[in-house]
Design a protein around this ligand. Structure first.
Ligand SMILES: Cc1cc2nc3c(=O)[nH]c(=O)nc-3n(C[C@H](O)[C@H](O)[C@H](O)COP(=O)(O)OP(=O)(O)OC[C@H]3O[C@@H](n4cnc5c(N)ncnc54)[C@H](O)[C@@H]3O)c2cc1C
Length: 477
């Protein structure tokens, strides 16, 4: 039983886990070390921190950090995330909450903040590095540490205690309980307003007031500048995320069930990148879509909820329940067996990295997909499936294909380095799928062909749409 002062009422108790127990310290503010849920609206960790601060009669501070080689190490993703931190700063100022942001190792910054805090609150991340960071902070913090899970609809330990075989096995479990987790985050009582400059973060310097000049900050990071920012297409931050959700719900949602599989129409949500950084809450996205059901139609809303709830949380289940989630060895045994049995099959073509990164294969549709990733930071879901299957066909070994896909996915896409990245790339190799009729190279793993792409979609229109999108980006001021 955790110390009762750490769990004031408000946020659903299934979202709250005490990582380091104890009585709140007699001095100091409540500090929320924001990492995964980079938003001020609909944020259960922020709500919990507010409730704690109000109950203890202390002010509330939020502390964020990005490692110098952080934000997934490209200028593109760093720009997107720093724009998010700028929005967080502005949102917290409106709420009377203190804010410090440092370019430094996030664990060191969290521990420095905890040295003066009554309680440290953190949001939950699922990737190996996220879990390790929280374990280090919980082990070494000078105060109690409470983790709050706000970036899934159904808390992952409630959803399932085992690695799920496929969407069909997780879906009923989620559908049975998810309504209980859709309540909006309740407004916690306002804490004492923050006064007196930036919250203490030890020897680290807060650069919160320089977040208006994101390009200068990015220039000082140790990131790959050749993967350029794409803010003209996809501005980062919770304001842009909220606008995106609003325009999707009023527009593309109304034809989502049919149009989501048509890559040239671009009638999907483009929310993945905002969800990836916690700039949009998945609960808010489900709520907004359901509120639109009378106009958008139940089938369209159900199709969106299937992707956002079932598919996305199946990916989180994969990462949490499979210790090899990001390794070839973590793929299902049947899939690795059949791919190994076909490892020596002749390939229709073999391309090296440079040819594929330059989008110079002999397949114009694959090239357009790669161009969309490299130039715009996004690739449509239907094309990601085709893109992956072709790389499997064109690589010397399935292991090499797996490594290439993860590398490109995470380097170019704004939604990369996410549980969905490992589930999506894994799906290419049979994860969360069943055996199909045996084919060369693929064995019993599902294949995709150019003929199928032409039958089901309009790939010529997709090639034109990508060219127009890339031109728009180049012409942007
Ligand atoms: C090879 C491959 C790699 C992928 N890599 C990523 C990745 O790095 N990051 C990522 O977020 N998604 C990834 N996906 C899943 C999917 O392609 C993207 O989530 C989707 O294209 C994002 O675009 P959107 O937000 O417009 O999606 P929408 O169609 O509008 O869907 C809404 C939301 O539902 C979720 N969703 C949709 N499709 C899937 C899916 N198949 N699996 C899990 N969740 C889904 C996403 O959170 C998405 O934002 C990958 C899929 C494949 C086949």
């Amino acid at each position: 039983m955790a110390h009762p002062a750490l769990t004031p009422p408000g946020v659903h108790p299934d979202r709250v886990h005490v990582l380091r127990d104890g009585a709140p310290r007699a001095e100091g503010p409540v500090v929320y070390w924001m990492q995964r849920s980079q938003r001020t609206r609909a944020n259960p960790a922020l709500a919990h921190a507010r409730a704690l601060a109000a109950e203890l009669g202390r002010p509330l501070a939020v502390v964020g950090a990005m490692a110098p080689e952080g934000a997934r190490a490209t200028a593109r993703s760093a720009t997107f995330e720093l724009q998010g931190w700028r929005d967080v700063r502005d949102g917290l100022a409106d709420l009377g909450v203190g804010f410090a942001f440092a370019i430094a190792d996030p664990v060191d910054v969290a521990l420095a903040a905890a040295a003066d805090a009554a309680v440290l609150v953190v949001d939950r991340g699922y990737l190996r590095a996220d879990v390790a960071q929280r374990e280090r902070v919980a082990a070494d913090a000078a105060c109690p540490v409470v983790q709050v899970e706000g970036d899934v609809v159904v808390p992952v330990d409630v959803a399932s205690s085992k690695a799920e075989y496929m969407a069909r096995t997780l879906r009923p479990k989620l559908h049975r309980v998810f309504e209980a987790y859709l309540d909006p985050v309740a407004d916690a009582p306002a804490p004492q307003p923050w006064s007196g400059g930036a919250p203490a973060i030890g020897r680290f310097v807060s650069v919160a007031n320089t977040l208006d000049d994101v390009p200068s900050l990015v220039a000082h990071l140790d990131v790959d500048a050749s993967v350029a920012p794409v803010e003209a297409l996809y501005p980062g931050g919770e304001r842009a995320g909220a606008a995106r959700l609003e325009s999707f719900v009023a527009g593309a949602l109304h034809g989502y069930a049919d149009d989501r599989n048509q890559p040239h129409r671009a009638r999907v949500s483009y929310l993945g990148m905002y969800l990836r950084c916690g700039q949009v809450s998945p609960v808010e996205a489900v709520r907004a879509a359901r509120a639109e059901a009378p106009a958008a139609g139940e089938a369209n809303v159900a199709s969106f909820v299937e992707e956002l709830l079932v598919r996305r949380e199946l990916a989180v289940n994969h990462v949490v329940r499979n210790p090899d989630y990001d390794r070839y060895e973590g793929l299902p045994a049947w899939a690795r067996r059949t791919l190994a049995a076909h490892a020596d099959d002749p390939r229709p073509a073999r391309y090296d990295d440079a040819t594929l990164e330059a989008a110079e294969s002999d397949d114009p549709y694959w090239n357009a997909a790669m161009r969309q990733s490299v130039a715009t930071g996004y690739q449509h879901n239907h094309m990601r499936m085709y893109w992956g299957k072709k790389v499997l066909e064109w690589s010397d070994t399935p292991e090499e294909a797996y490594a290439r896909l993860l590398r490109w996915n995470d380097r170019f896409h704004l939604d990369g380095v996410d549980p969905n990245s490992y589930a999506g790339v894994g799906w290419v190799f049979g994860l969360h799928d069943r055996p199909w009729t045996e084919r060369p190279v693929f064995g019993n793993v599902r294949s995709m062909t150019q003929g199928g792409l032409k039958r089901k979609t309009d790939p010529e229109a997709y090639v034109r749409a990508v060219a127009a999108e890339v031109a728009r980006l180049h012409d942007a001021p």
